[in-house]
Design a protein around this ligand. Sequence first.
Ligand code: 2AM
Length: 482
Amino acid sequence: MSDKCDLGLIGLAVMGQNFVLNVESSGFKVAVYNRTSNKIDEFMERRAVGKNIRGCYTLEELVDSLIRPRKVMLLVKAGDPVDAVIDSLIPLLDREDIIIDGGNSHFRDTDRRAEKLEKLGIRYLGSGISGGEYGALHGPSLMPGGDRQAYQEIEEIFREAAAETLEGPCVGYLGPGSAGHYVKMVHNGIEYGVMALTAEIYDIMRKILELEPEVMAGHFARWNESRDSYLLEITAEILRRDDEKSEEKLIDVILDTAAQKGTGKWSVQDALELGIAVPCITAAVNSRLLSAVRDERLKISRELGGLKKDRPGQQEKDRLGQQEKDRLLDSLEDALDFGILIAYAEGLKLLEAASEEYGYDLDLAEVARIWQDGCIIRANLLQEIRQVYQEEEPVNLFFSSRFRVETAGKIAAVRDVVRTAKDVGLAIPALTSALDYYDSLRAEESPANLIQAQRDYFGAHTYQRKDKEGVFHTEWQDIHNI
Ligand code: 2AM
């Protein structure tokens, strides 16, 4: 047997280390390299001891230790570092060798790199990886795209490393160019939506129902029994956790400003570019932005804060009796389901449009299958979503034969939750936007006739009529009299 390695991995941060250990544990030999060499030492002396892993201190050494065609995977910081590493690899690689970028690269960067490498005869794959550090070690969801033949060369490694479901490993070739990174970006957009929705439900539990974190945890855990959603599961766990540094629950001492690395924003940016509405996901990104301006919030809330009980003669919060609280709690469960479905619906619509525009030729049933396990948005719901796209091409996920009746059945509860929050001035933008998305698509008539009239009035942009073919313009003003 050759003592050469099956895979070379560059970038030994935690994700990189964990992925290497995962691949090695599936029976492959891995060569590793990191820019800062003491990380190689540290890894080799600790976690890699006794394993089929070779530490390399130069890129030449890494490349020389690989079976041909060489497969070099990058798990370095997204952005310029990826270009820097690729540029250093180019002179060392031969035609037909394969570079795989496993980072969270912007899909346009992936396209640019693929094009550049194609000219040199080097094959390129951009692969989304989801599942965090735990997933990287125990089985992530892998979303590869790019050169199809190159994928076939690394398929065995990826299939062994990926999370496993009854329907196969959570990996599959998604499409050419940046298809993989695009799917990962939208995965993260949906993730933003689901996280914002759970946070809003938590906010209602906390501020309107006045529940203790432990009790909230119980509800999330109970709801999750049939849903098996990773994000619901960790929400319950988070709410239960005691703080080690105080007497409080940990959730109560964590600062309320959310950070972001950009994939949610990119989803929204490209959705706007493609002309696809993703209001729930957009609201989730906006929520993080608004949470981050804490100083502004604190100043304004000093005067205007607190739940408003401003309807005449009502103490809204105090008015909710136990029965009403129980009803609201039931409504929250339905509202969360509804919001989550809409977040998926928006994301899948975006994928549909991107597939068309960028020629990815995505199979949405396959995307849903790959998301079934290993990744952050994994949940039982994805099995149903997969079936929808296997069976039909729905105008919208929520209107598919599988979800149509169920969704309609939840709307009264959603309105109940939104109304209650609005009454007391609690912001729940992701859920509100999800409901507005649904109501906008449900409306036979939108008010855009007025928009068209306004556009024609001030800019002679013309309009179409309901009753006649063609393009029309009205002289709205008598210019001679102005
Ligand atoms: P480092 O340990 O030398 O910083 C995540 O940050 C991973 O990306 C780390 O392994 C880090 O290497 C690597 N990385 C960041 N910038 C890099 C660059 N310009 N070239 C190579 N690797 C880089």
